[in-house]
Design a protein around this ligand. Sequence first.
Ligand code: CTP
Ligand code: CA
Length: 229
Amino acid sequence: RGAAGAATDLAGRHVVVSAGGTREPLDPVRFLGNRSSGKQGYALARTAAARGARVTLVAANSALPDPAGVDVVRVGSAVELREAVLRAAADADAVVMAAAVADFRPAVYATGKIKKKDGQEPEPLALVRNPDILAELSAARLRAGQVVAGFAAETDDVLAHGRAKLAAKGCDLLVVNEVGESKTFGAEENEAVVLGADGTETPVPYGPKEALADTVWDLIAARLPAGGS
Ligand code: CTP
Ligand code: CA
């Protein structure tokens, strides 16, 4: 971006963004899910396209319409999201995991609808861990110089939790949102801080998701090796 308004600093780059929330199927009609709308991931996809990138948006169960000029891959579960992200990331300059990925999925998928039985209590629901896609991407670095970023919503000592999570995942950037009860300003206080593996901290004031998205792309663009794909 520049004073001239030309938004082409990501021209020649391929970026992958995951968005939405995964649904973990229990039987043909039921799933475990979360409330992610996909808005932040879609904002990231739109802003990257506006800055000239080729964008693959891996969208998990979002009701939002496909952004213009973006290659959208729709997925359901965390396992499907992993496959689609890894495939798209093979030649990507950057990957941003904005999706809310379920940590657990039902251990067993019932191919027929689960029925209740008269006079019987339900079976407890057994869960297993889902793959950690962000950690896997960070460890694999599917393309040389690939920049990997994630999101985290934390409470309490947000920066300490964020720093620990950034290190655990091994990614380059982690966008940390403070959620829940605020000490001073109530629920509206929701400032993000983008933590860098290089020790940087970039505060982003409360505002539209596009503004946060543009800050994320600024930080990613600064970390990309010279030259496009
Ligand atoms: N993530 C992922 N795969 C998972 C879980 C999370 O790729 N199985 C990514 C999310 O897309 C996000 C980042 O990891 O970019 C942080 O997600 P979060 O749920 O905060 O991290 P967790 O390691 O699951 O930690 P927690 O136990 O706090 O939920
Ligand atoms: Ca989690």
